[in-house]
Design a protein around this ligand. Structure first.
Ligand SMILES: [Zn+2]
Length: 187
């Protein structure tokens, strides 16, 4: 196949050369209102065009590659044995789930807990303004064993509302959230 970016022959959707020259990770750390620390691998603007392909088959492949390339090294540095990952609202709206893909790519380091944190409110935040986001909380349903150490996973951190809400839901359920990770940070 050809690289999605440079169109050179490549074994994967993004070639090694593009990953190492154009898609260099730019890790960041944010502290949200709830005290939750969020680590992100990329600046949103740097990878925006790839994230917008996320609801396609190609998008899924690229998402997996960005996780492996940008997020996995970061997570390896930050974690220790016996930690679980909790992908947020990982149900498949359009064929696959972004947070489940990230969790899957990190499975050697963090043990995924699939389908444990689901939103009752299915509104899509993508493209919505702050007012809509704040009015429509996710209203998570949580079904999980207690007293675990987990890392929350989402694809993008924008306002941080979703992650804050997920963090609060976990605390209420006696689950210890160490921090959260996302592919991209908008700030
Ligand atoms: Zn390339």
């Amino acid at each position: 196949m050809r690289c999605h970016l440079c169109l050179n022959i490549s074994r994967q959707f993004l070639c090694e050369n593009c990953l190492n020259t154009i898609l260099i990770p730019n890790p960041s750390k944010r502290v949200l209102d709830s005290g939750l620390i969020v680590y992100a691998a990329y600046n949103y603007l740097d990878i925006k065009k790839f994230l917008h392909t996320k609801h396609t088959y190609y998008g899924a492949k690229i998402f997996a590659q960005l996780t492996k390339h940008g997020l996995l090294p970061l997570v390896k540095e930050l974690t220790y044995k016996g930690i679980y990952s909790l992908p947020i609202d990982d149900h498949t709206r359009s064929g696959y789930s972004h947070s489940a893909i990230i969790a899957r790519e990190l499975r050697d380091v963090l043990k995924p807990l699939y389908g444990k944190l689901r939103a009752k409110n299915k509104i899509r935040y993508s493209g919505q303004n702050l007012h809509v986001r704040e009015k429509n909380q996710r209203d998570f349903i949580f079904t999980c064993k207690k007293k675990l150490d987990v890392v929350l996973i989402d694809d993008i951190v924008t306002t941080g509302n979703t992650l804050n809400e997920a963090n609060i839901t976990c605390k209420k359920n006696d689950v210890n959230v160490l921090f959260a990770i996302t592919i991209a940070n908008t700030r």
